[in-house]
Design a binder for this molecule. Sequence first.
Ligand code: SAH
Ligand code: TMP
Ligand code: ZN
Length: 400
Amino acid sequence: MSSCLVCCGELIPFLDLGMQPSANRFLTKKNLNDEEYKYSLRVGLCSNCTMIQTLERPRKEEMFNDDYAYFTSSNAPMVNHFQEYAERVKSNFLNKSSVVVEVGSNDGVFLRHFSDYKHLGFEPSANVAEIAREKGVNCVCEFFNIENALRELESFGKADFVFIANVIGHVEELTIILQGVKACLSDKGQFVFEIYYLPEMLKRGTFDLIYDEHIFYYTLLNFNITLNRYGLELFDVEFIPVHGGSIRGYVSHLDAYEKSETLLKRIEEERSKGLDTIAPLNKFAVKVAKIKDDLSSLVVGLKQQGHKIAGYGATAKSTTLLNYCDLTNNEIDYVVDSTPFKQGKYTPGSHIPILPEDEFTNNPPDYTILFAWNYQDAIMKKQEGYSGKWIFIHPEVKAI
Ligand code: SAH
Ligand code: TMP
Ligand code: ZN
C-alpha cells in the first residue's frame, strides 16, 4: 500500500474507479490496437496530515512530455479568466520592477500579459512551452524545483508574485514545489494558487475530476497543514467558478499578512462539515456509484432503442467517466472537441472517434453527453440550435 506523498502517513482508501488509461493519452488510428498502459485509480485520505490523494500514480514523464494534449488557450472561457486576473494583479499588486513567476505556465495563457515585467514560466511539456515562447513568454522547459528556481532567478532577484493554476493537484512532488516557492518568494511576496475545490466536488458528485494527472484533492484545512510544514500559510481565499468550482488561495511566508475574515470563516465551515475526516468521503463514494449505474443504464438503453449518441468535449474527465462506466464506441458514436490536436484521434480506453465541432452541427446526434460540463454556459450558447437532448451527469444523471 502506498503512503502519503507529503508525510508518509497511512492512506485510508475510500473510492475505487477501476483500471484506467492515462486521461490525456489520445490514440491515433495507427495505435488503436496496441495494448494501452493502465493503472488502478483509487483515492485515499492520509490518516496523519489529511491530504487526499490517489494511491497509484503514473510516472510524471508519462503525462507531461513533448506530446501533452492540454492547451489552456483552446478554452475561450479560461483565456478570459486568466486575462481578467492578470489585469487585476497588475493594477492592484505589482509595480514595474516586480518579478513574476508561474509554475505550469502551459501555452502562456497567463504570463503573456506580463511581457513588460521581469517574468518567467516553468513548463516541462515542451510542445506547450514552445507555443508560450512564440507569444514572447520567457519559459524554462523543466519541472519546477528549488535548484532551477534559484538558478533562473539569480539575475532577477526574489519573486514578488508566484502563480500556480491547476498544477498543485498534478504534482507527485508537491513538497518539491513548496520548497522551491519558499526559497524564491520575497518577504512580502504572494504565492497564489488556483485549484478545483474538494468540498464542491463532494457537493456536486464531480468524481470525473479524478484522473491520473490529478493526484491531490484540496480543502483549505488540508493544504494549510501542508503549507505550514514548509513555513508558508494561507492568508486569504476567493471562490472562482472555473472547473466546476475552484478556489484561488493566497499564501505567504508565516505571519507576513493578516488572515482574512473570509478565510477564517471558510476554514471553520470545513471543520464543522468534518472535511478532515473519512465520513463525507465515504458518502461521496456512494453518490459516485449511483451516477455510474444511472448513466450506464440510460446510455445502454438509448443505444438499444437505436439512438445516435455523442459526447461534447474530449476532456480528461471523460476518460475517467467512460472507463468507470464501461461506455465505449459501442454506445457512443463520436465525441466532438475544438482542440485540433485531439481531432482525428480516439478517446483513451473507450476508443471513440474525436471529431471537430462541425460534425455536431452537420450531423446532430439524438443525445449528447456533456463531458465538458465546466464550459456548460459557453457550449449551450454556441449550440443553441441543437434539437436533440443533452445528458447531464452531476449531481444526478438526467436527459433534457
Ligand atoms: N496553468 C494552466 C495549465 C494547467 S495544466 C491552466 O491553469 O490551465 C498543468 C500544467 O502543469 C501542464 O502544462 C504541465 O506540463 C505542468 N506541470 C506539471 N508538473 C509540473 C512541475 N512539476 N513543474 C512545472 N509545471 C508542471
Ligand atoms: P478540460 O475540461 O480538460 O479543460 O477540457 C475541455 C475540452 O472541451 C477541451 O478539449 C476543449 C473542449 N471544448 C470544446 O470542444 N468546445 C468548447 O466550446 C469549449 C469551451 C471547450
Ligand atoms: Zn500525510
